[in-house]
Design a protein around this ligand. Structure first.
Ligand SMILES: Nc1nc2c(ncn2[C@@H]2O[C@H](COP(=O)(O)OP(=O)(O)OP(=O)(O)O)[C@@H](O)[C@H]2O)c(=O)[nH]1
Ligand SMILES: [Mg+2]
Length: 415
């Protein structure tokens, strides 16, 4: 990546726009997560075209527009299913809340979801999960269900079952499809199916075999009731790191429009190294796009350089990363409590809680200077602006990597 930045700066200095345009898409593709990135194919082509024509203001504007869209994106997820299937538990699992935590959806052994209820994500208020009553519930007749719940409001639907999917579920899926929306079938309580099988057939029990049986049964059931090319995700709401939960998250991410991916990736709970890495990829992409934007900006004559190296701003950036990875002050206190240790003790295992230590790191300024000097042999020109944005680029990358590494350390300690 640093090599690309150096090449980028050299090409900017030499006004080598053909090369800049040619490098942009392959470099971007290398950088983004497996589930896709923030830029839509249209944004990618328009940035590439602007680079090719040397229209630097357009490049800056288009990158900024994509970043703003990703930042402000809202998401409404509808969760439907019959009573007791685990809708509220699923919503809590995705919001990273335990059943007893403040703001969690009520979960119970008796019927609880009687009306459409919104649950905002505690950290990402633009994301709302809608807990919807099952299609068979009084006041929600199958024929008028989607109109009653206001189908147009939702980005996608999750249809939940804990046994077999009903005809009502399939009918609903067909209607959702006709309305141009996406749906996903989720089968919950896999943990208790495995537990029961093991208890009653201890000799012949094989978890893969039981999972395959459940999967085949759900798929056969769905195709019998008329769902074409059904796909089903087997999950346990009690263990979001296991079974098909990670695959479900990746599929949802991949299917979302580019600008909505960012916020969804950030809200996913950090239950394993892979989910931490995915989050790191999304945030790395943002650092990169901001660096590209500032880099291009510093080559436009008479343009004010917007991002100065402002310490409170840098401190805020570290705080935001810590919050994305569940390492904000409040979460650290909870982690310390869970581990039966003190916050001070947690600080000794981690590096991201000490802003001053990270920001004092001389190697960042040296790296920025070296990178800028490697292409900017002449005096004057955009050198100071370039050093400035490189410093921010290296510092934010360092913040991100330190926070993500700490998240992994704490995850391991809590397992
Ligand atoms: N073992 C197991 N139990 C689960 C799972 N998901 C939910 N449950 C339990 O199933 C019961 C019903 O869960 P809820 O989340 O309240 O289900 P719901 O679909 O919201 O139910 P209603 O609001 O009544 O429609 C609760 O006792 C949950 O603890 C799961 O994945 N595994
Ligand atoms: Mg409920």
């Amino acid at each position: 990546m640093d090599l690309y930045i150096t090449a980028f700066l050299k090409n900017m200095t030499g006004k080598n726009f053909q090369q800049l345009a040619a490098d942009f898409v392959p470099e971007y593709s290398k950088l983004i997560s497996k589930s896709g990135g923030i830029l839509s194919p249209e944004s990618l082509s328009s940035i590439q075209a602007a680079l090719q024509e040397g229209k630097l203001k357009d490049v800056v504007e288009k990158i900024q527009q994509s970043l703003t869209e990703a930042e402000n994106a809202s998401l409404a997820v509808a969760v439907i299913g019959e009573s007791g299937t685990g809708k509220s538990s699923f919503i809590n699992a995705l919001r990273g809340l335990s059943h007893e935590e403040e703001g969690s959806a009520s979960v119970g052994v008796v019927e609880t979801t009687m009306k459409k209820t919104p649950y905002q994500h505690p950290k990402y208020p633009n994301v709302t999960f809608w807990d919807l009553p099952g299609t068979g519930t009084p006041n929600f007749h199958p024929d008028t269900y989607l109109e009653t719940v206001g189908f147009a409001e939702y980005d996608f639907f999750i249809i939940i079952s804990s046994s077999r999917f009903s005809f009502n579920d399939a009918d609903l899926a067909r209607k959702i499809n006709e309305m141009g929306k996406k749906f996903y079938f989720v089968r919950t309580k896999i943990d208790s199916d495995l537990y029961n099988e093991k208890k009653f057939k201890p000799k012949s029990f094989k978890s893969e075999k039981v999972l395959q049986q459940i999967r085949d049964y759900c798929l056969a059931n769905l195709s019998n009731i008329g769902v074409l090319e059904p796909d089903v995700f087997l999950i346990s709401n009690f263990d979001v790191g296991d079974f098909d939960f990670p695959k479900l998250e990746q599929t949802l991410l991949k299917d979302l429009p580019a600008h909505k991916r960012h916020v969804f990736a950030l809200l996913l709970p950090d239950f394993c190294d892979a989910s931490i890495e995915m989050k790191r990829d999304f945030l790395k992409e943002k650092i990169w796009l901001n660096a590209m934007k500032s880099g291009v900006l510093s080559f436009i004559p008479f343009m004010p350089f917007i991002n100065g190296f402002d310490l409170p701003e840098q401190e805020m950036c570290l705080k935001v990363y810590r919050s994305h990875f569940g390492l904000d002050d409040k979460s650290i206190e909870k982690i310390a409590e869970k581990l039966g240790t003190s916050v001070q003790d947690i600080k000794s295992y981690t590096k991201s809680l000490d802003f001053w230590h990270l920001v004092k790191d001389d190697s960042i300024a040296t790296k920025a200077m070296k990178c800028a000097e490697s292409f900017c042999a002449f005096k004057g020109g955009p050198l100071s602006a370039v050093v400035q944005f490189l410093k921010i680029y290296f510092l934010h990358s360092k913040f991100l990597n330190t926070v993500a590494d700490d998240a992994k350390i704490l995850l391991r300690m809590m397992k």
